[in-house]
Ligand binder design. Structure first.
Ligand code: XIL
Length: 361
């Protein structure tokens, strides 16, 4: 323990190493954090995103019944550490992530008018409460379709309001907190197929004068995927469009999960038994992951003129959501292991970031 601790004290932190290029953040559940977690959070990260407690299902499970206790505690925790907060998220435009009361009226689907009224009341309540604490908001999350001709996924929001709900969500958020940064956040927007829809949406929102400041690219990658190349192509497009970017939820799954969604879910039963690294992750996998993280951070550094923040999704491997999603398995997606010790991926990222610090110092 003594020597492990000594070792982790010697390494420069991610946030210091990134310097002024971009901020380094982390998404987490503040409840139940032990001393080691708290030290790690304080040392490595400058921005915190609440993993779940500010989401609509958590803050307003029933109409007009707000639950802010957990989010209040999260805010107090971040403030005590002097860290900034990303409010996540005001609208999650997916039916299974939206409280049911918001999308139903009588026996059927809510009307556009009622949905907008409910959505705006929700945003007003949450943004006004945390205006002094939160510096960036993920205003709308995951509205873009995964495939097909439509820009937006099918949801109560898109079915009743088309794109209009996105404009309204940003307008209301901005009205309640004019100085914050407002983010449109989504996954896989680097993939060639989804990229086109993302560009269409951003152009359309801009044309309508939507106060969207930044594109949030979640960054839930998989070992051996094509994300570095696809991201480079996407960053090129975004740079030309003069769009700022945050990598909002970075991790690299070492047990690729793409097949879970393939072929109408026919591999799910088989995959749900797959847990190859339950007794530990082989060194060669950790090394592969380190190379992928290295390539990603080299890319982020190349595009640091448009990237303003890189946030990891969860603190260490044991706390990752990918131990449960989309099926239960022992996963190793982050830079710190279950003992909160730096992994090869940490060293690889630091190698990329350190020269940046020297250059800018
Ligand atoms: C995830 C959380 O990490 C889990 O604990 C929860 O059960 C489901 O949501 N994209 C997002 C995040 O925007 O809010 C999701 O977080 C991960 C995918």
């Amino acid at each position: 323990m003594g020597s492990a601790q000594g070792q982790s004290n010697r390494v420069v932190s991610l946030r210091q190493a990134a310097g002024t290029r971009f901020q380094i953040g982390v998404g987490l559940n503040h409840a139940g954090l032990n001393e080691a977690d708290q030290q790690l959070i304080q040392k490595q990260f400058s921005v915190l995103t609440p993993e779940n407690c500010m989401k609509p299902q958590a803050t307003q499970p029933q109409e007009g019944q707000f639950r802010f206790a957990e989010a209040d505690q999260f805010v107090a925790f971040a403030r005590a550490n002097g860290q900034q907060i990303v409010g996540h998220c005001l609208v999650w435009a997916k039916d299974d992530r939206t409280p049911e009361w918001m999308t139903r009226e009588g026996d059927g689907l809510v009307s556009a008018e009622t949905l907008l009224k409910r959505m705006e009341a929700h945003i007003e309540a949450v943004v006004s409460r945390y205006a002094d604490a939160v510096s960036e908001w993920d205003v709308v999350n995951e509205a873009i379709a995964d495939s097909g001709d439509q820009v937006l996924r099918d949801s109560a929001f898109s079915r009743t309001c088309g794109e209009h709900f996105i404009l309204r969500a940003f307008q209301v958020a901005k009205k309640c907190d004019p100085t914050a940064t407002f983010i449109y956040n989504d996954y896989n927007t680097h993939s060639p197929d989804k990229r086109g829809r993302m560009v269409k949406l951003l152009k359309s929102l801009k044309a309508q004068g939507t106060p969207v400041d930044v594109l949030g690219m979640q960054g839930h990658f998989e070992l051996g995927d094509n994300s570095v190349k696809e991201l480079r192509d996407t960053f090129e497009v975004l740079r030309r469009m003069n769009v700022k970017v945050v990598v909002s939820e970075l991790d690299i799954d070492v047990i690729p999960r793409g097949r879970w969604w393939a072929d109408n879910g026919k591999h799910r039963e088989e995959l749900s038994q797959l847990n190859p690294y339950r007794d530990g992750c082989p060194q060669y996998i950790l090394e592969q992951q380190a190379s992928q993280y290295k390539a990603l951070f080299q890319l982020f550094v190349d595009y640091d003129d448009i990237i303003t923040r890189v946030s990891f999704w969860n603190l260490h491997d044991g706390a990752s959501w990918l131990n449960d999603f989309p099926w239960k398995r022992s996963n190793y997606p982050l830079l710190f292991d279950r003992d909160r010790q730096p992994k090869p991926s940490f060293a690889a990222v630091m190698k990329v970031l350190r020269p940046a610090q020297t250059e800018k110092d």
